[in-house]
Design a protein around this ligand. Structure first.
Ligand SMILES: Cc1cc2nc3c(=O)[nH]c(=O)nc-3n(C[C@H](O)[C@H](O)[C@H](O)COP(=O)(O)OP(=O)(O)OC[C@H]3O[C@@H](n4cnc5c(N)ncnc54)[C@H](O)[C@@H]3O)c2cc1C
Length: 447
């Protein structure tokens, strides 16, 4: 398609020079997509209406993009497509203390959404480790989860209402700004985690709760990695639900300590867990004593990060782990399988039996494990494919699935199609046809 019709969009910015387009082939996964025909930054309903009309008449796809921090190749083009960068979409963040809600446009940064809630002494829990970098719209479209999902759940558990561009070129509203709404099945929830295949999210209203007033952050170093694996389930059984329970296996911890930033040099243990509690009273001596008793002998080297500076340092280290490993191993492949808490020990036993050369870190508290194949660049493609498929099959065999939070996108599409119940794939495809009859929204992704 000549670029001219796109240039006639009334308010949008349009990029079409090769230098500007090249970065849009990538996100933070290992996937490299096609060069887009153009990148459009819409600013009005008229822009979107015209974009949909052109996409249908000229048969090209519309690939929604937030900040491009996704790890599944979801926002990179597959086939003839225009990338729709939602970064310039207008709107402001609004907090309602009476309704305990926050409304924001897709273009808002997630950090500003969380910050606006905090300024009102409220709390929006979803905390993907990319929260300082990702867009609100991207976090909704991927149903982002993060360290505190083990206590607070994922993004979808907080979304009340969604506005989205549909195949008729108009923005429609789904849901209302109230925790109670039960007039039929929730269509809005279908958009959360849909990775842009049903429509394009332009904004949403989410639920807030009062901000926790205390945090207890703990470093739990262990000499035997295996000692950590049953802890999430054991702590829950004893009535302790951490707001985060993260871990580094011995290989990741050693690499961080050896080549990571200065603060990483002091990380203790052969393997390490980071636990956080935000219950009222969690910083009291009584709480810490009860927790230490629940942890048992493993708590011998427990460290309390009482100062907020130390807490920030620990979380910064945890957040940079993904980028750090990518810098050290640019061709690594990173998966984010999930298994129920009670099956975490079985997962690691299975991984060892399969002889998959993987290192792991991530969200032990909810069984969402970031399994990294660091030598993927030097592995024969067929062997790499076998390793990844074996990994997914192991997760599925334990009652888990192939992605805990990053989604399917392009990266896991083949495996998703191969490992899912065919009747559910058919149902998803029927839903896609119903929402997007012309097939213009993020074609080639997920299903
Ligand atoms: C260092 C690092 C740490 C991370 N940690 C986590 C983590 O802890 N938990 C987690 O869940 N993820 C994590 N991620 C992955 C990613 O950051 C999140 O999924 C994030 O929410 C994606 O937001 P984004 O704005 O960058 O979306 P993008 O990457 O731009 O897009 C992601 C997907 O959403 C679609 N999309 C984007 N905007 C819209 C829209 N407005 N309407 C419809 N579809 C849209 C895209 O087409 C694509 O399929 C991490 C990534 C990095 C780099």
């Amino acid at each position: 398609m000549p670029i001219l019709p796109l240039r006639r969009l009334p308010h949008a910015e349009v990029l079409d020079d090769i230098e500007s387009l090249a970065p849009y082939r990538l996100d933070e996964s290992h996937v490299v997509g096609n060069i887009p025909m153009a990148v459009v930054k819409p600013k009005s309903r008229e822009d979107l209406r015209e974009l949909v009309r052109l996409a249908q008449s000229e048969s090209f796809g519309l690939v929604p993009r937030g900040a491009g921090t996704g790890k599944a190749g979801g926002c990179v083009p597959a086939g003839r497509a225009v990338v729709v960068d939602m970064g310039a979409w207008p709107g402001e963040i609004h907090v309602s203390n009476q309704d305990l809600t926050l409304t924001a446009p897709a273009s808002a940064w997630l950090r500003d959404v969380k910050g606006a809630a905090e300024e009102s002494n409220l709390f929006y829990p979803p905390d993907p480790n990319s929260w300082p970098l990702c867009a609100f719209g991207g976090s909704l479209a991927t149903n982002a989860g993060g360290p505190n999902a083990c206590k607070y759940g994922m993004t979808r558990h907080w979304v009340l209402a969604v506005d989205a561009l549909m195949g008729d070129g108009e923005i429609h509203s789904f849901g209302i700004g109230s925790v109670k709404a039960n007039a039929g099945p929730s269509l809005g929830q279908l958009l959360i985690g849909s990775e842009g295949i049903f429509g394009m999210i332009t904004g949403a209203t989410v639920r807030l709760i009062p901000k926790p007033s205390e945090f207890l952050t703990l470093l739990l170093p262990v000499s035997q990695f295996q000692d950590l694996l049953e802890l999430p389930g054991q702590l829950c059984a004893k009535g302790f639900l951490p707001s985060a329970f993260e871990f580094f296996d011995p290989a990741v911890l050693a690499e961080l300590r050896e080549s990571g930033p200065e603060e990483a040099r002091r990380l203790p243990g052969t393997a390490l867990a980071i636990l956080e509690f935000d219950d009222r009273g969690c910083t009291s001596g009584a709480f810490i004593a009860a927790l230490t008793e629940a942890l048992g002998p493993i708590s011998e080297h427990l460290q309390v990060a009482s100062e907020s500076r130390r807490r920030d340092q620990i979380w910064n280290l945890r957040r940079l782990t993904s980028a750090f490993l990518k810098e050290m191993h640019p061709k690594k492949v990173s998966e984010d399988i999930v298994v129920p808490r009670s099956r975490i020990p079985d997962f690691f036993e299975g991984l060892e039996k399969l002889e998959i050369p993987a290192v792991t870190y991530g969200h032990l508290g909810d069984g969402n494990l970031h399994v990294n194949l660091l030598s993927a660049g030097e592995t024969e493609p067929a062997e790499l494919e076998r390793q990844v498929m074996d990994l997914f099959k192991l997760a599925v065999s334990l009652g888990g699935t192939l992605s805990g939070e990053h989604g399917i996108g392009l990266a896991k599409r083949d495996a998703f199609l191969a490992l899912s119940d065919p009747s559910q794939i058919e149902l998803l495809r029927a839903l896609k046809r119903a929402w997007d009859p012309a097939g213009i929204f993020n074609p080639g992704k997920v299903v």
